[in-house]
Design a protein around this ligand. Sequence first.
Ligand code: ADP
Ligand code: MG
Length: 458
Amino acid sequence: MIDLKKIWQDVCQKIIGLEGVNAISYSVWIQPLKPVCVKDNELILLAPTQNMKHVVNRSYREPIKAALKSTGSFFTDIRIISEDETPFYTDEIAEYSEKESVAEERPSQFIARYTFDNFVVGESNKLAYHAAQSVAKSPGVSDNAYLSFNPLFLYGGVGLGKTHLLHSIGNYVNEHSPELKVLYTPTEQLTNDYVEAISNNRNEKGVFNLHAFREKYRTVDMLMLDDVQFLQKRTGLQEVVFHIFNDLYQAGKQIVLTSDRPPSEISTLEDRLRSRFEGGLIADIGTPNLEMRIAIVRKKMVLEKIAVNDDVVNYLAEHIDSNIRELEGSLAKVIFFAKLKGLPYPDIETAKEALKNSVQKKSGIDSSDILRAASEYFGIPQSDIISKKRTKDVVEARMIAIYIIYEMLSLPLVTIGQIFGGRDYSTIIHSRDKIASKIKQDPATARAVKDIKASVSE
Ligand code: ADP
Ligand code: MG
């Protein structure tokens, strides 16, 4: 008998990172699917709603098929169905359900390879790592009477391991305290749930109303909310989150939050929620240094059971320095190139060839890339940034863009002045120096510079 659950678990493990599937889309669209049977060599997956069926069909068919293929399964096609179609499959479902009930174990909502063991610890993430471990070992309880880990708030740029740590907590608790109910939710999904809940309330049909929404989130032992910078300022949403937070907190339940920036810089956050988010431990995750990047590449090689020369490891770690997701992707690419060439393991030439574009792109940054990134970051049109406008936010964006262009491109001041609508070079010096000193005093400015730089280097 085919073990559908096992096959589906393997698919889930392989799918993240395939084109169009990140941790968020995975937990919103892929994870809720249920393998129900195989018919005519197709794996039949049940989607919880019609809408989900359509979205998965439209956007995730190919990655699911690719992941299925890579598990070595003999059936390589899939069909997504919704509840009303299950009658067409009753025979097949019956055939599989026996197995299902034997193996009935709650399928984990956590990605199996995201564990503490697989997480490389270094200077840039050790506080976050140890705090996450402490929370996993004693949720809701503080190690130290003077230091509360509730909530634990982890923040850092994209691809630096926040989601990995949340899943590590989840996997750890599932293993060591299976009686505890842990809920992991990307903020996007919480928002979707909320929207569904309030619309059902209005129509008075359906059962998932605001009450059910609150119950879902406040009846757990641990709530992990990923990427709270996406918590929209939407009537009622932050209020209900605030109440859920309080209920959990007062009941001594653990709350873990992540974001790409600290609470103080999430401008869409209501003050009372911000102060709740700041009430426990805030730990940041920074970009890894070279030594750590080398350790990460080595770790991935061990996990994937592949051999790579030291010079290839060093090349990767030296050139891919923005985030860990990119580092992983680059390693995968190098390995893939070596396979195509029929090499037993990648050599340095193959690595250079595989990463030609990403490495070259980095040195090929120009001022328009920086202007574009600054414009996106601040939500101010590029034409305003280079104009003579003197409103506060435009001036701020302009000075930061000047500073970054100066820093990253080392262009002559006169040239930078020309880029900014023919400004005098003394104006450029003034902006540059102003931001250089502001970075030291104002975390928001420092973060803006860091984020814009990171986004042009991507
Ligand atoms: P974030 O949620 O911060 O955007 P993720 O947790 O999704 O980042 O991490 C991106 C990828 O990098 C994941 O595949 C994760 O396993 C890996 N990763 C991140 N940090 C580490 C680390 N310290 N050690 C090993 N792998 C890591
Ligand atoms: Mg994440």
